[in-house]
Design a protein around this ligand. Structure first.
Ligand code: NDP
Ligand code: 8X3
Length: 252
């Protein structure tokens, strides 16, 4: 029997990388994407023997590159069973009145439009085969809004709405659409949000036990191993210390 194929965007670090590795352990061959080629080449060395990995280097904002690369996959890689739309980040944490338009562009272009472009490239194969699973990584920021989170929260609310829309439109094709919405996960996320300020980034995860990327990967593993008639449509996962987007029980 042919092995299943998963495509994970943003697999060069954090949640995406953990998802790639756990799916490899579950026997999936992997298409892994991101901008950092060397990271994706490294990931190839970490998968169990026999698992095949195809790294694809592109920026999800680059519509032409997305369609050119994903539209011309080698035949062996065309039948994607699981798509994980994970690539994304926050850029800045500023009040709306002083927010930087470049940060706004980055968040909307990567988190929302990038997800749409990749999905548009992959969905036709799924509708044709009448099977597939799409997992969109949203956020607690897509369920709630917090101070200075304005545009990032907007981008993740969009991901939540698009996920629901995908579930409705793809329902006649038997395609599962899943939204996973994590709270605080210790990854490179805050380092990117705070533009390389590692001291500020580390503080986000101090004084409590944040989620680990592996925790999200285990949810993904559970989702893809459900029987054909079961879809976990919408999942919010928080660290035990986090009660809401803004309430974290630090140093109890
Ligand atoms: P990381 O910064 O560790 O990973 C982000 C990934 O996205 C990287 O692999 C990066 O790859 C990729 N990426 C970013 N921008 C682009 C781009 N323009 N084109 C292609 N790939 C890109 O953060 P996380 O693992 O935490 O984030 C993964 C997802 O989880 C994001 O959507 C984030 O919003 C979401 N999330 C994170 C939470 C957290 O607390 N960490 C909580 C809730 C949701 P590269 O740089 O190589 O291109
Ligand atoms: C990442 C989690 O709370 O920083 O989406 O928005 S948060």
């Amino acid at each position: 029997m042919e092995r299943k194929i998963a495509l994970i965007t943003g697999a060069s670090s954090g949640i995406g990388k953990a998802c790639a590795l756990i799916l490899a352990k579950n026997g999936y061959d992997l298409i892994v994407t991101g901008r950092r080629k060397e990271r994706l080449e490294e990931l190839k060395k970490e998968v169990p023997e026999g698992i095949e990995v195809l790294p694809l280097i592109f920026d999800v904002r680059d519509k032409e590159a997305v369609f050119q690369i994903l539209g011309n996959l080698p035949d062996r890689w065309k039948n994607i069973d699981v798509l994980i739309n994970n690539a994304g980040n926050a850029h800045g944490l500023d009040p709306i009145q002083t927010g930087d338009t470049e940060d706004w562009d980055a968040m909307m272009d990567i988190n929302v439009k990038g997800l749409l472009y990749v999905s548009k490239a992959i969905i036709p194969g799924m509708t044709e085969r009448k099977s597939g699973t799409i997992i969109n990584i949203g956020s607690i920021a897509g369920k709630e809004v917090y101070p200075n989170g304005n545009v990032y929260c907007g981008s993740k609310h969009a991901v939540d709405a698009i996920t629901k829309g995908m579930r409705i439109d793809l329902n006649p094709f038997g395609i599962k659409v899943i939204g996973i919405h994590p709270g605080l996960v210790e990854t490179e996320f805050s380092l990117v949000r705070f533009k390389g300020d590692s001291e500020r980034a580390e503080k986000v995860y101090q004084g409590y036990q944040p989620l680990l990327a592996q925790d999200i990967a285990e949810i993904v593993e559970f989702c893809v191993n459900r029987p054909a008639h079961v879809v976990l449509a919408d999942i919010v996962i928080l660290p035990t210390a986090q009660a809401s987007a803004t309430l974290v029980n630090k140093n109890p």
